[in-house]
Design a protein around this ligand. Structure first.
Ligand code: MRU
Length: 343
C-alpha cells in the first residue's frame, strides 16, 4: 500500500499543500508561507474537503503569527489575518471550528498554537479510522454479510479531503481491507470533477475496483439495483441532521430513498454544527458561474447565458439513513438526531 497521503503538512515554517487543482495529471506540492496565499489556496480548492481545510486553517493561525513576526504586524493585524483564513469558504464548519480551537491558544505563543494544530490533525485521522470501522460494521449488518458490497459515492472524501484516511472513502477503504467491497461507483462531481480526478485517483492508488460515472447517471444506477448503499461526506450537519455536502448529493439521497437503498453520511463530529438548527441556516457557497459555463477554460455555453453554481446542497434529515461519526452510527431518518445525541 502506498504511504498515506498528507494533503496538509507542516514543514516547520510553512504549509505544504498537495495542489488538488492539477491532480491527477500532475502531483505537485505548494509551499504556502503567507496568509494571502493560504486564503487563495482554500478558495481555489488547492486544498479542499471540510476536514482538510479545517487542518489548513488550524496551521493558518501559526502562519499568520510567523508572517506577523516577519513583517512587524500588530496583534490586531495578526488576528485580522486569521479572520481572513477563517472566512475563506463559508460552508464547511470545520474551517471555523478548527481555527477557533487553535486561536484559543494564541496568547500562549507559537509553540502552543502549533501543538494544538498538530492535535487537530491527529484527532481527525483517528476519527476517520473510527468512523470507517463503525460505518463498515453498520453497512454490513444493514445490507447483509453474504457478499461484497457495491458502493456509490459523490465528490472526494478520501485522504486528500481530510488529515488522512478519509471519511466516506474511509468507510470504503475499510470495507476493501476486510475483503467486503466489490466495486465503487464514483460520481464525476461536476463542475470541478473531484470524483473523476481525485476519488478515482485515490481508488486507483489503492487498487480498489471502480467506475467513474456522470453525475446524471447516479439515480439510474441506484434505481436499477446496481448499488447496495451510497456513502458520502459532509461539510456541515445541522442539529436536526440536515446535511450540506457537494452539490448533487441530495439527488443521490432521493434516489436511494426511492429505491430503499441506505444513504450513509460519514463525517467527524467537528462537521456537526449544533448551533445551526436546520439546513435552512447553512450558508451555501455560490461559486463563479464560469465554472459551469466553461469546459477546460473554453466557453461552452452561449455568451448570453448566466451560470448558477452552488457548490453544495442540503440533504434533508429524513433522507439520511445513517450518520457515521467517530462515536458510532446514528440512524437519523429513524429519529436519532445529532442535536440529541452529540452534545
Ligand atoms: O468543494 P469541496 O471539494 O471542498 O467539497 C468537498 C465535499 O463536499 C466533501 O464531500 C466534504 O467536504 C467532505 S470531505 C471528507
Amino acid at each position: 500500500m502506498p504511504r498515506e497521503l498528507r494533503a496538509v503538512d507542516w514543514t516547520g515554517n510553512s504549509l505544504a499543500l498537495i495542489d488538488q487543482t492539477v491532480l491527477p495529471q500532475r502531483t505537485e506540492t505548494r509551499d504556502v508561507r503567507d496568509v494571502d496565499d493560504l486564503v487563495d489556496a482554500i478558495r481555489r480548492l488547492v486544498v479542499r474537503g471540510a476536514p482538510a481545510i479545517g487542518a489548513a486553517g488550524a496551521y493558518g493561525v501559526a502562519l499568520a503569527m510567523l508572517q506577523g513576526k516577519r513583517e512587524g504586524w500588530s496583534r490586531e493585524e495578526v488576528l485580522a489575518a486569521v479572520a481572513r483564513v477563517r472566512a475563506a469558504r463559508p460552508t464547511a464548519v470545520n474551517l471555523m471550528v478548527c481555527v477557533d480551537r487553535v486561536l484559543a491558544r494564541f496568547d500562549e505563543g507559537l509553540d502552543a498554537v502549533l501543538a494544538e494544530a498538530v492535535q487537530v490533525q491527529r484527532e481527525d485521522v483517528a476519527a476517520n479510522r473510527a468512523m470507517g470501522e463503525a460505518g463498515a460494521d453498520w453497512l454490513l449488518k444493514r445490507v447483509g454479510e453474504d457478499r461484497p458490497l457495491r458502493i456509490l459515492t459523490h465528490c472526494n472524501t478520501g485522504a486528500l479531503a481530510t488529515a488522512g484516511w478519509g471519511t466516506a472513502l474511509g468507510v470504503v477503504r475499510e470495507l476493501h481491507a476486510r475483503g467486503r467491497l466489490e466495486v465503487v461507483y464514483a460520481d464525476e462531481t461536476r463542475p470541478l470533477l473531484q470524483g473523476s480526478r481525485l476519488t478515482a485517483w485515490e481508488l486507483a492508488q489503492e487498487g480498489i475496483p471502480h467506475y467513474v460515472q456522470a453525475d446524471g447517471a447516479a439515480a439510474g444506477t441506484i434505481l436499477r439495483g446496481a448499488v447496495d448503499a451510497a456513502v458520502v461526506g459532509a461539510d456541515r450537519i445541522a442539529a436536526n441532521g440536515d446535511t450540506a455536502n457537494k452539490v448533487g448529493t441530495v439527488g443521490v439521497a432521493l434516489a436511494c430513498a426511492d429505491a430503499g437503498v441506505p444513504f450513509l453520511v460519514a463525517a467527524p463530529t467537528t462537521t456537526v454544527d449544533l448551533s445551526t438548527a436546520t439546513g435552512a441556516g447553512i450558508h451555501i457557497e455560490l461559486r463563479d458561474g464560469a465554472e459551469v459555463l466553461e469546459w477546460g477554460g473554453v466557453r461552452t455555453a452561449p455568451a448570453a447565458s448566466r451560470g448558477h453554481n452552488p457548490a453544495f446542497d442540503v440533504t434533508p434529515a429524513r433522507l439520511v439513513t445513517g450518520l457515521a461519526t467517530e462515536r458510532g452510527v446514528l440512524e437519523v431518518s429513524a429519529g436519532e438526531l445529532p442535536g440529541d445525541h452529540l452534545k
